[in-house]
Design a protein around this ligand. Sequence first.
Ligand SMILES: Cc1ncc(COP(=O)(O)O)c(C=O)c1O
Length: 393
Amino acid sequence: MFSNLPAPVQDPILSLSQASRLDQRDTKVDLGIGVYKNSDGVTPVMQSVLQAQNIVLQQQTTKAYVGMAGDEEFNAAALSLVLPDSAIAQRATSIQTPGASGGLRMLAELIAFSHPNATVWLSNPSYVNHQPVMEAAGLKVKHYRYFDVKTKQVDTAAMLDDLAKVKAKDVVLLHGCCHNPTGADLSPEAWKQVTELAHKQGFLPFIDIAYQGFGDGLEQDAFGVRYMAEHLPELLVTSSCSKNFGLYRERTGSAIIVAKNGTHAANARGKVLQISRTSYTMPPAHGASIVKTILLDNDLKAAWFNELEQMRLRLVSLRHNLCLELEKRTQTNDFDFIKQHKGMFSVLGYTSEQMIRLREEFAVYGVNDGRINIAGLREQDLNYVASAIAKVR
Ligand SMILES: Cc1ncc(COP(=O)(O)O)c(C=O)c1O
């Protein structure tokens, strides 16, 4: 049975983090894997999450199955975090999934069922798992131009040019905020222009929002998804609680479908549940119980929001300080983009050779595509990392 199988291909980011773990140098700084770390280099359990978890443990009386779509109170609360407008909620449905990853796969399968010939258009570059997940569902993938390596910003004109050629019923995958890997986000104006194109061309936008609250704020980061939901008849969304609730390993996320009307939404939901039934059947309960407990309690919700804001503001401050130190060392403003980017990641625009030099000469671990995780920086590493980046320039 297994003799024909090829040797496993290593995941580039996970193998990088393994290499970093084995590196014994005192100067080591791991800016590879995409998790938030605090000033001590630790990915903490948020206080609000700990409190909610205690409540869940005290109140839990059974481990019996939850429903196929997970916890419906979680579904309603998670939907309102992304799309609070009650008029939109009437033609939307939210299904709990094992992380946004589970949501991506379920919605990809839904697309493949509804329009087997659809092509999914991804930004160039995009999150490393987008293409494999879409292809695993049998979908074709193409890329639209997105990141301008020279300016380190979104090349909106090129993007719109490419999207103007996308056919009706194709799917355009967009990052809701804090673009992974580049850190370069669409402006509100660009969101409006893409929405107009979706109308004109008849393509279906699919928004992956995995970092809500890490960019400009919880509400601000949802601008694009809310604008599109309001102005388009149909929209797909995946959202994640991995980063903004720090629940990575609890696998907590949502697949959201906005349809022309409630009936269409209910039919699409039924299809997704049929697909998940033949896969994991139902999502894990623990993370969703915690999120629900937080979002349904005003005090806990306020405490969670404050913690999230602290993380976001720390990222903003790390970005400013790294940029400042780089400008001091290079006597240029070439690194201004670091403070303009949003969320955890920035692409430096360095070649893989430069990224390898950073790793080999300075023990600074970033991804070969030039991505660094700003949230992997401890304040005490900032000067060292700035010197290393400046030296391999
Ligand atoms: C853009 C993007 N989408 C989805 C995911 C998957 O998140 P989850 O842990 O919720 O599956 C990630 C995780 O890094 C991501 O960066």
